[in-house]
Design a protein around this ligand. Structure first.
Ligand SMILES: Cc1ncc(C[n+]2csc(CCOP(=O)(O)OP(=O)(O)O)c2C)c(N)n1
Length: 321
């Protein structure tokens, strides 16, 4: 692999921190009763969205999940509007009527979070088919969880993408849990990536807590897809650090076990250690990025808080029969 330039590396750090700080604020505001609906946090999984999206162009597409803030931020969506949507404000992407699970920013190819588990595969395959038919060398990425890999939609989409050699990346975020259910009790194979062989596509495993590893593996898969080589299934191994949703009592595991895993796997700590050890960034440079991101997140909260709620009279606007 060629050495990465300084901007790319600093960009990894900035994006991961943006996701982390954004979500820490969302968590606090949800607990304080400031956010309606439901939120699912991506804390601890930041390296995946970051490493994947750093390989994408603005015109490439992503399809996200119910745990979609990280994907949205990594694809370059406006964080002010993302925060506003989560707070139910009119300046949000869905004018405040969708919330956390309906964030979408078509202007950067972010085709949508999705409350339907496994609902993204066919949308991503459709976007990839459009790229192929329009002879554009763009790619489409669908993120999904280990639980979602057991939906029938996965198998239909994977087969179609493979037979038509569509430019799709199936990125499984294997975080060991589907709501309250551990991976081992729901999934028949050792690795989700083993399933790639059944569709005649490459299956790759990466350490989903290592942004460099994710970036390098995805780079190859994206190049292959742009060349017309077809889809790849990438399984990024990680761990769901937070509850399934904010407010989950987590009766199915202990806090100690989660804390121990987080200490070993935290992708941001992992990055910082490597950055210092290999002189990729100085401590001062990292501190500057932290301060910059903290300001950005403060601004997004201020923007969202100062935005109006939609009017009751707008309730039925933008609905289609
Ligand atoms: C079709 C459908 N079935 C069930 C649910 C309820 N549900 C929401 S998230 C979830 C678990 C998803 O697990 P996984 O795909 O592993 O993603 P993770 O939450 O771990 O990121 C379930 C069952 C749903 N939203 N949609």
């Amino acid at each position: 692999m060629e050495a990465l330039n300084k901007n790319t590396i600093a960009g990894f750090y900035e994006t991961m921190l943006k996701i982390r700080f954004f979500e820490e604020r969302v968590e606090k505001m949800f607990i304080a009763g400031e956010i309606p609906g439901f939120v699912h946090l991506y804390i601890g999984e930041e390296a995946i969205a970051t490493g994947v999206c750093a390989n994408l162009r603005k015109e490439d597409y992503i399809e996200s999940t119910h745990r979609g803030h990280g994907h949205t931020i990594a694809k370059g969506a406006d964080i002010n509007r993302a925060m506003a949507e989560i707070l139910g404000k009119k300046t949000g992407f869905c004018k405040g009527k969708g919330g956390s699970m309906h964030i979408a920013d078509f202007s950067v190819g972010m085709l949508g979070a999705n409350g339907v588990v496994g609902g993204g595969y066919n949308l991503a395959v459709g976007a990839a088919l459009a790229c192929k038919m329009q002879k554009r060398d763009n790619v489409s990425v669908v993120f999904f969880g280990d639980g979602a890999s057991n939906r029938g939609t996965f198998h239909e989409a994977a087969n179609m993408a493979a037979i038509w050699k569509l430019p799709v990346l199936f990125v499984c975020e294997m975080n060991c849990w589907a709501s309250t259910t551990p991976y081992r009790t729901t999934t028949s194979v050792e690795n989700i990536s083993d399933r790639a062989a059944g569709y005649g596509m490459p299956g790759v495993i990466v350490d989903g807590n290592d942004v460099f590893e994710v970036y390098n593996a995805v780079k190859l898969a994206v190049e292959r897809a742009r060349r017309g080589g077809g889809p790849t299934l990438i399984e990024a191994k990680t761990y769901r650090i937070k509850g399934h949703f904010v407010g989950d009592p987590e009766l199915y595991r202990t806090k100690e076990e989660v804390q121990k895993i987080f200490e070993e796997t935290d992708p941001i700590k992992k990055f910082e250690k490597k950055a210092v050890k290999e002189s990729l960034m100085t401590k001062k440079e990292m501190e500057d990025v932290r301060k910059k991101v903290e300001r950005m997140i403060d601004e997004s909260v201020e923007y969202a808080r100062n935005s109006p709620y939609p009017e009751p009279s707008e309730l039925f606007d933008d609905l289609y029969e």
